[in-house]
Design a binder for this molecule. Sequence first.
Ligand SMILES: Cc1cc2nc3c(=O)[nH]c(=O)nc-3n(C[C@H](O)[C@H](O)[C@H](O)COP(=O)(O)OP(=O)(O)OC[C@H]3O[C@@H](n4cnc5c(N)ncnc54)[C@H](O)[C@@H]3O)c2cc1C
Length: 404
Amino acid sequence: MDLSFSQEDRDFQQDVQSFLKAAWPQEMRDKKSRSALGKLSKDDLVGWQKRLAEKGWAAVNWPKDHGGAAFTPTQSYIWDLERAKVGAPGVIPFGMSMVAPVIMKFGTDEQKAKFLPPILNSDVWFCQGYSEPGSGSDLASLKTKAEDMGDHYLVNGVKTWTTLAQHADWMFCLVRTSNEDIRQMGISFILMDMTTPGISVKPIVTLDTPAENFQEINMVYFDNVKVPKENLVGEQGKGWTCAKYLLEFERGNAYSPALKGAMAHLRGAAAAEQDGYGATYSENADFMKRFNQVDVEILAMEFTEFRILGALAAGQNVGPESSMLKTRGSELQQSVTELALEITGNYASPLDSSTPAPGDNFQSVGPQASNGVAQEYFNTRKVSIYAGSNEIQRNIMSKLVLGL
Ligand SMILES: Cc1cc2nc3c(=O)[nH]c(=O)nc-3n(C[C@H](O)[C@H](O)[C@H](O)COP(=O)(O)OP(=O)(O)OC[C@H]3O[C@@H](n4cnc5c(N)ncnc54)[C@H](O)[C@@H]3O)c2cc1C
């Protein structure tokens, strides 16, 4: 098996490196590494995403006729790899990577014209309204009701865990338009303007919320919200088809580029930090045994990802492998933050005001090379839950691979 990149891919890698040097300058790298959890402000992210749009690289998976980059699977991998090396973020996925493919496939021409250009240019941000209290893994049990009022729907209900809803202009939302024996058949996929009267967003405060109150997730309440019928995507009652199609995009990422970047940072921190027994962590055999175990597992996953890239490049579909990658990738993300937490020691105390200032060694550990190691440890617990928990992924694998 030849795992080296082709000459064409190596040329592309050079282009990416030159672009990142100019478009993701040191000042942004420093700003990101100083911000809690490596999170930038919405303005910073919009600025970065607009630079990507100018270059034609904002929507890596979109076809060219919609203004996308149409990267090959290998180019996408190289893009992730080079970004991870310099800590440049990806795009916020809800608009560009999640709802846009659904609009392209199921939307009307008017919806495509209205939403795709501003999503591409980061002028419009979406959030995802799927989960409800009591309806997470069992999503088809959702209860948010959209009553057909002729020219509009009247929506009542509640969504939960809604990431970045406080910044979103629009929500793509699963609602129940009828009660059918097969629950999935009464669900519709609608787009909601977040400024519509009757929508309220309330933050969910989590353990990882750092001092400056960075807030990630929310409850969203709908109280007699009027949604024009023209905001229905696909057919009424066929929203489950859109929802499943979208999940393919939510789960389809490579993990090893970011993990390798994180391990490189961690290696540096292990060489610099004392373990409390007169040695550095990289001289501590017990720590290094666990470090190397994680390193080897990341390498094994990278090879699996290469194998999948090869299959995709040859025009094959990804089947149970996407569940396998999601499970292993999220477990390894968590392992990396556990190693980071160990090196940071008692300085990791999550809400302690003595958490080190920028420039200290322990700040450059963790998958996003940011400060707030404990916050990052807590934040990373989510990765085995969202986009289908790891237990659900194992159910999918056992069904597809073992036929159980
Ligand atoms: C940080 C974060 C951000 C999120 N962002 C969003 C968002 O933006 N939009 C959105 O719509 N949702 C979002 N989610 C919600 C996420 O998709 C759900 O949390 C997830 O689907 C699990 O649902 P639940 O929390 O209701 O847990 P439950 O479904 O109640 O599951 C509880 C436990 O039971 C296990 N379990 C459930 N069913 C089975 C089964 N059949 N077999 C084996 N085990 C099972 C689960 O694995 C889990 O361990 C987010 C979640 C988190 C944590």
